[in-house]
Write a protein that binds this ligand. Structure first.
Ligand code: ATR
Length: 265
């Protein structure tokens, strides 16, 4: 039996075991996926544990994504953003990848074309950075962040960074084809960073938050005639990309979403 795991803190609400175990079953793989709660101080020992226990693959979540990047061999994308969410154990050699950006990209591509699009991202934390880096490969990207320095720091990727002010929001939203909330605003709260009157029909709006599944931003966007992409699509696609790295199989994303939704209740 091959063992896969997610490490992070907290992890007990992680949907990854649910999604990946459903995939192992569907593809008749002799494998199991479990969750290990690991604090930041223990990141290094946890990585050593993966090696000595021969764990086949690992997802890395908050707050370990940056820390773990110090202890594994990095893919080009993982090195660029300094973050790892997927480890592949290749005969004892641990390879670190990031699928957060590509997950967001695949989720969006399900609903729209990104080539040449104007994308506005709110938030320059770990998630915003990963998404901005990936989308800047094909689209024109602007990132607005409350702490402006963090947005400016992303200019290395060829994205424009600016402060998250009402004026900037209005200005860049006017030009945008795609809007992404990559902040934690809206998580377990009925709050949105975007005044509803700024949302226009035809805009594609994605939220990385998936609790609630339909955030206030997405609800108001839908009411205004926008195309909405919820955070569960991003989660499902980043998981599917991890699964592909581990098994070579293109995962059934509908199945992953279905079991995740059941678990969310
Ligand atoms: P993650 O890895 O999920 O991106 P993070 O690195 O802690 O988490 O980033 C959280 C993001 O949400 C940041 O962009 C943060 O803005 P700051 O960099 O200014 O802290 C943003 N954020 C959180 N609460 C916010 C709020 N009330 N208004 C605006 N932005 C907020």
């Amino acid at each position: 039996t091959r063992v896969y795991a997610v490490i992070g803190n907290p992890v007990r609400h992680s949907l990854s075991p649910t999604m990946h175990n459903a995939l192992f079953k569907k593809y008749s793989l002799n494998a199991v996926y479990v969750a290990f709660e690991v604090s930041r101080e223990n990141a290094r020992e946890a990585v050593e544990g993966i090696r000595v226990l021969g764990i086949a693959g690992v997802n890395v979540t908050m707050p370990l994504k940056e820390e773990v990047a110090r202890y594994v061999e990095l893919s080009e994308d993982a090195r660029a953003i300094g973050s790892v969410n997927t480890i592949v154990n290749s005969n004892g050699k641990l390879l670190g990848y990031t699928t957060d950006g590509i997950g967001a990209r695949r989720a969006l591509e399900r609903f729209t074309t990104l080539e040449g699009a104007n994308v506005l991202i709110l938030g320059a934390g770990g998630a915003g950075k990963a998404i901005a880096y990936e989308l800047s490969k094909v689209a024109s990207v602007v990132v607005l962040n409350r702490t402006v320095e963090k947005a400016k720091a992303l200019e290395d990727f060829g994205v424009k960074g600016d402060a998250l002010t009402p004026e900037n929001l209005e200005y860049y939203l006017e030009l945008a084809d795609v809007l992404i909330n990559a902040t934690s605003v809206g998580m377990n709260e009925d709050r949105s960073l975007v005044p509803r009157e700024m949302l226009k029909p035809g805009l594609v709006v994605m939220d990385i938050v998936y609790k609630p599944l339909i955030t206030r931003l997405l609800r108001e966007a839908k009411e205004k005639g926008c195309t909405i992409v919820d955070g569960l699509w991003m989660l499902v696609y980043q998981g599917a990309e991890s699964f592909k790295l581990w098994t070579g199989i293109e995962a059934d994303v509908e199945l992953m979403r279905r079991v995740a939704l059941e678990r969310l209740g």
